[in-house]
Ligand binder design. Structure first.
Ligand code: NAD
Length: 425
């Protein structure tokens, strides 16, 4: 018997909105930079979008056929790079938008890559270890012709981890008849993974947050911070800020939020959270996520899901700095409201670029066969994030645009130039 795993049509509509707002900002950025319309025509869509069907023999003996995608946005600068997510709501439009965002991030932190993204419509929380291995290997076989260490390098994303990367690397190495650690990043350290990869996103956010605080004349040691989301990004970020002396006054997960103006005990919360980033269920005195965003603080970091700051609540945000650790937490209308109110908004494509930066370090180490210490990784990440933040901050000031548009201008420029030099447009 063969069962189908359908794609979710409602989330396809939501993701069409994400895709069209991404395109709108890219169009404005290219116009500001003086590029002709044909450059926008090239960059508004991925160059390649592959849809695959992956049959997996499930534990009950039946075969289930899963749908997977791989989008490669633009490879003018170099091979494409981007994670693979396993989620029941994965859609083609979401994967396209995320591939474009990866191109922007690579441009912002000046990596020799274009952007890509992959996804499989599935619910890994309901699958056994053996079924997940079959699905991971099946995906690699299905996309093997368009990926590879010099073509397109995958990585982990939502609900995928270092074990899944290890299976994928092994499958690719079998097909290639060659040990290919540089095919994928986010691997376990023993298979060529990099030190510092797990905490890279949170470290990157911490670095740009400190730069933003400097610009506002705020010392992080005296700052009150709210972090929405307590998963990979939010929990490590809370820990790094807490260790830097900041007062983390609020955190949240999908079930609620904790707020204490005197500061929360982050080490205790980290100790008690589960692997899905849930901790608030243990407390009675919770508030809602909606309420948390409007509490008193100096710095607000949305690190959970998209569309959290909208035109409905943007006027009630008390923070003077908003740092987007999550992808797409602020709508276009809310971006305008926050900017008009003088709030410094550090956009997602800059703030969360630490992950792809350390993924790049992993690929470089695999290619050269020589490995760096965590201190070396931290130092290189620090330099790149500080330089990128200041480029975008200064561009925003000189071009009189908001930080999001400035980031898109910086992110798209190298790709547009490379496409022109190659004679594509
Ligand atoms: P995660 O799954 O580890 O954690 C997500 C957290 O958000 C959990 O605490 C969860 O309970 C909470 N959450 C879920 N739904 C929520 C809701 N509706 N309201 C409030 N909280 C909710 O995810 P993560 O890896 O920490 O990623 C968080 C965000 O950061 C995502 O937007 C992701 O795309 C972005 N991001 C993460 C990385 C990374 O390396 N982890 C890199 C770049 C961007």
């Amino acid at each position: 018997m063969v069962a189908e795993q359908p794609a979710d049509s409602n989330s396809n509509q939501e993701n069409m909105d994400v895709l069209s707002s991404t395109r709108t900002v890219i169009k404005t950025a290219l116009e500001k930079l003086g590029y002709p319309e044909e450059v926008y025509s090239l960059l508004k869509e991925p160059l390649r979008m592959m849809t695959v069907r992956i049959p997996v023999r499930m534990d009950d003996g039946n075969v289930k056929v899963f749908t997977g995608y791989r989008a490669q946005h633009n490879d003018a600068v170099g091979p494409t790079k981007g994670g693979i997510r396993f989620h029941p709501k994965v859609t083609e439009n979401e994967i396209k938008a995320l591939a474009i965002w990866m191109s922007l991030k690579a441009g912002i932190v000046d990596l020799p890559y274009g952007g890509a993204k992959g996804g499989i419509v599935c619910d890994p929380r309901e699958m056994s270890f053996r079924e997940l291995e079959g699905l991971s290997r099946g995906y690699v076989r299905a996309v093997s012709q368009i990926v590879g260490p010099t073509k397109d390098i995958p990585a982990p994303d939502v609900f995928t981890n270092s074990q899944i990367m290890a299976w994928m690397m092994d499958e690719y190495s079998r097909i290639d008849e060659f040990n290919s650690p540089g095919f994928i990043t986010g691997k376990p350290i023993v298979l060529g993974g990099s030190h510092g990869r797990e905490t890279a996103t949170a470290k990157g956010v911490t670095i740009v947050l400190k730069e933003a605080a400097n610009k506002k004349g705020l010392n992080v040691k005296d700052a009150r911070v709210i972090v929405q989301g307590f998963g990979n990004a939010g929990s490590y970020l809370s820990k790094f800020l807490h260790d830097s002396g900041a007062k983390v006054v609020g955190i949240s997960d999908a079930y609620g939020a904790l707020y204490d103006p005197k500061g929360l005990d982050i080490d205790y919360l980290l100790d008690r959270r589960d692997s899905f980033g849930t901790v608030t269920k243990l407390f009675n005195n919770t508030i809602t996520n909606k309420e948390l965003l409007e509490q008193e603080c100096d710095i607000l970091v949305p690190a959970a899901v998209e569309n959290q700051i909208t035109k409905e609540n943007a006027n009630n945000i008390k923070a003077s700095i908003v740092v987007e650790a999550a992808n797409g937490p602020t709508t276009m209308e809310a971006t305008k409201i926050l900017t008009d109110r003088g709030i410094l908004l550090v956009p997602d494509v800059l703030a969360s670029a630490g992950g792809v930066t350390v993924s790049y370090f992993e690929w470089v180490q695999n290619n050269q066969g020589y490995y760096w210490s965590e201190q070396e990784i931290d130092q290189k990440l620090n330099e790149i994030m500080i330089k990128s933040f200041n480029t975008i901050y200064n561009t925003a000031k000189t071009r009189r645009v908001d930080m999001r548009l400035s980031a898109y201008m910086v992110g798209v420029r190298k790709m547009a130039e490379a496409s022109r030099f190659r004679g594509w447009v």
